[in-house]
Design a protein around this ligand. Sequence first.
Ligand SMILES: *Cc1c(COP(=O)(O)O)cnc(C)c1O
Length: 387
Amino acid sequence: MTMHDAKFLPFALPEIGEEEIAEVVATLRSGWLTTGPRARQFEQDFSAWLGGGVESIAVNSATAGLHLALEAVGVGPGDEVITTTHTFTASAEVARYLGADIVLVDVCRDTLCIDPALVERAITPRTKAIIPVHLGGRAADMQALLAIARRYRLRVVEDAAHSLPATSGGKLIGTLDSDATIFSFYANKTITTGEGGMLVTRNSEIATRARTMRLHGISRDAFDRFIAKVPSWYYEIVAPGFKYNLTDVAAAIGIHQLKKAHAFRERRAAIAAQYDQGLAGTGLVLPPQAPPGDVHAWHLYVVQLGSQARTTRDEFVERMFAQGVGMSVHYIPLHLQPYWRDTYRLTPAMFPVSHSVYERTASLPIYTRMSDADVERVVAAVKVALR
Ligand SMILES: *Cc1c(COP(=O)(O)O)cnc(C)c1O
C-alpha cells in the first residue's frame, strides 16, 4: 500500500492550509526566494510567540541549529557532550562535527528522557555541555538538569525537536535558563516548513555567533555597520562558517504554521486522550504524561508492550501495517547503531532502561489530520494486533 491508498493511514502527515500555500505563492512572485523579509518575520514572530525576551535564528534544519549552538558555546576537540541514547542520531552527531566526544547515558523509566542522576555521574573534567531531548514532547527534568549545569558550570542546549509547544515548570520550552533551544520544522514535526529549524537563545553572544556562522561567517555587525557608508557589495568574513540559512519560501510556510501551533497541539492532545481511554485495559504501557500543570506537545504517542503481551514488538508493528496503520519506533537507541556502538564500544547492558523500552516500544500515528474515526480505527487495530 502507498501513502495515497485511501485505506492506509500513514504514520504522519503535515497539515498545510491555504494560508501557507498563498504565502509561498506570494514569495515566489516577490522575486526574493532565499533568506530575506519572510525569514526575518518568521524569526520575529517566533520570539514574540515564545515571549521571555529570546532571540530566534532561523536555520535550514534542527541539526544545523544544534551544530551552531554547540559551536557558539565553544564545544571543540577534547570536550565531552552528554546526551541520551534514546534519541535520533542528530542529537549526538553534531558534537562529532566539532571534534568533541559524545557520552551517552540512559533514560528515566517514567519519562523516557535523560536521567539527571546518570548525567551527574557521567561528568568528567572534559564535560562541556548537556543536550536534553524532550522525547515525544514531554519535557525532560529541566529543573534537575539546569541545577547540575549550574553546579558544574556546563552549557545546556535543548533538543526541542518534538516540543513546540511544551512547558516545563509552567514555562514554555525555549524560554528556560538553558544556553540555547533548538526546534525542528521537518515535515513530520509539530509544525513544519518542509525542512527547517529555529535556534532560540536569550544569550546575545550566542545569538550573534550563531547568526554569523549560519551564513559563511559573514559578520552581520560589520555588514550593518558599513552598509550605509560603502556600496552594498561589501562584507567581511570573520570565520569559516556554514550554509545553514532558511529560505523565504520555507519561512512563508512557517509564519502560518506557527499561528496554528497551539490549535494543532490541542488536536493532538485530544487524540492522545482518545487513545488513553481506548487503550486502557489492553495491557499496553501508555506514554508518559507531563507533570500536573505542564503542557505536553504530544508529537509522539509512544506505547510499550506490557510484560504479559503475547506478541513481540516486531509482530505488533507488522500486524498494525497489515491492518493499514502506519507505525514507527522511537527510537532504535544510539547504542545499537553501528557508528555509535563501535566508536564508543557500547553495549545494551550499559543502558538497561532504554534497551528494555526499545524492545517493547512502538509509536502510534498522532497528527491533526486524523479524524476521531481514524483514532478509533487505530485503537481497534491495536486490540486485534495484541490478540
Ligand atoms: C527530527 C529530529 C532532529 C533533527 O531535526 P531536523 O530538522 O530534521 O534536522 C533532532 N532531534 C530529534 C530528537 C528529532 O526528532
